[in-house]
Design a protein around this ligand. Structure first.
Ligand code: NAP
Length: 264
């Protein structure tokens, strides 16, 4: 019976076990496969991961703060994981650990209207989530600007991956805006912390908030009220999870069942 898991620290809040177990049930695999959350400290991460295949694990998702360490210990890397510099999906087979990053493809799959090719995109943030978002949008030939509170980090990100660092963007000039900072996670006001105005959205724009929690996102509420299309962090989570699940099981993931479980 193959086991799957999400590794994080902390990880108790993760919606991945509910989401993946619902998917496995929907696929008729619940009797064979299972998915659990494992809290593992950074100091113990490598030892824990190397023991997993022997304990019956076929794969694992990796979340904060282990995405860099997951990349570093893998025997084989997908091109996506290598270029982004982080892995969120590990697979274990015949003593080998392979690493992939489905965050980038998950973001693209969540966007309404298909590829963002040619769109002017504003990415907020320069951490791990922003790296995957910038990489994905550039691969689709979007025109990407990156704003970050600490400007040096957005400059470094753009030197490494591409895109244009911006210090005072005009949000109205962008067809796509992605909040990939953690602003909103602890109830911070996005209109105080980010270069966005509550009345600054318009129909025709797509606004993505990677942050998700129990409360609705004030950012997405304001964007939707102005007629912009919105994508929340749960949809991005579902899409990256669906891609990971397909890698492990070879089956198309049941998106509706995953959404329902992740939103509960
Ligand atoms: P991270 O590496 O710690 O980066 C945090 C980012 O947020 C940095 O750019 C940081 O700016 C910025 N930031 C933090 N507090 C801020 C504030 N008060 N004002 C302005 N900027 C602020 O985190 P991460 O891994 O990129 O994750 C970011 C968020 O995305 C988290 O909430 C995470 O849960 C979410 N996420 C969601 C998904 C999904 O599937 N939905 C996937 C991955 C991540 P500085 O550089 O200036 O500190």
């Amino acid at each position: 019976m193959p086991r799957l898991a999400v590794l994080g620290h902390p990880v108790g809040h993760s919606r991945s076990p509910a989401m993946h177990n619902a998917a496995l049930a929907e696929l008729g695999l619940a009797g064979e496969w299972s998915y659990e959350a494992i809290d593992v400290s950074p100091a113990d991460f490598e030892r824990r991961v190397r023991a997993m295949e022997g304990e019956g694990f076929a794969g694992a998702n990796v979340t904060v703060p282990h995405k860099g360490a997951a990349l570093a210990l893998a025997d084989t890397l997908s091109e996506t994981a290598r270029e982004i510099g982080a892995a969120n999906t590990l697979s274990f087979s015949a003593g080998e650990i392979s690493a992939d990053n489905t965050d980038a493809e998950g973001l693209l799959a969540a966007l309404p209207g298909g590829s963002p090719r040619g769109l002017k995109a504003l990415v907020l943030g320069a951490g791990g989530a922003a790296r995957a978002v910038v990489w994905a949008l550039l691969r689709e030939a979007a025109d990407v600007a990156v704003w970050n509170r600490t400007e040096l980090r957005s400059q470094h990100l753009c030197e490494e991956l591409g895109g244009e660092p911006v210090s005072a963007p005009d949000p109205a000039a962008y067809g796509l805006i992605v909040n990939s900072t953690s602003v909103g996670l602890a109830g911070e006001d996005p209109f105080e912390q980010l270069p966005l105005r509550r009345d600054g959205f318009a129909p025709g724009q797509v606004v993505v908030d990677m942050v998700y929690g129990d409360e609705p996102s004030p950012l997405l509420d304001a964007a939707a009220a102005a007629g912009a299309a919105t994508v929340d962090g749960i949809e991005v989570l579902v899409r990256q999870g669906a891609l990971s699940l397909r890698e492990w099981t070879g089956r198309e993931a049941p998106l509706e069942a995953m959404r329902a479980a992740a939103r509960r």
